[in-house]
Design a protein around this ligand. Sequence first.
Ligand code: ADP
Ligand code: MG
Length: 170
Amino acid sequence: MAGEVPLSDTLRFDLPDPAATSRLAARIAGSARRGDVIALAGDLGSGKTTFARAFIAALAAFPGAEGSEEEVPSPTFTLVQTYARRDLEVWHFDLYRLERAEEAYELGLEEAFTEGVSLIEWPERLGRLLPADHLEVRLDFAQQPDARRAVLTGHGDWPARLSALAGAAA
Ligand code: ADP
Ligand code: MG
């Protein structure tokens, strides 16, 4: 509706080392459900792939998961890789090399958004194909070489879920 501000909410985290980034990813993975779209924003080397790998590894660690011993490779050269985890299919996109947003349809974008859990590096490549209902995880460099800062911005259903995540923060 014209003039209406979309619901959104923000959480910030200091991530002093890669393990902290992995713990944040695991915490979010713990609440993952079918249809979730998580946009991983940030420059090259900010930790997007580190976050995605930890998210996928954390799902493998939950009871009933398959493939818990499986290596989690990077999708850099394939644009997308899928992982069967619990009752979820995780789609890890790296869209750095995507030239036009529409090319993402050929990667199974619609199926990912409706049936899977989507982790998307370089989400800005999707333009308006990125669903309105998504969690943005922005990773930024900090002063120490091994430190990062995360800003989580929830859109659609996510603000309520972010409150729960904030409450679970340790
Ligand atoms: P991206 O996918 O955003 O390009 P990667 O996850 O591939 O980034 O690489 C991030 C690099 O930065 C890795 O070598 C990782 O070990 C390092 N790093 C250092 N500190 C952190 C941190 N706090 N969180 C995540 N990665 C970090
Ligand atoms: Mg990456």
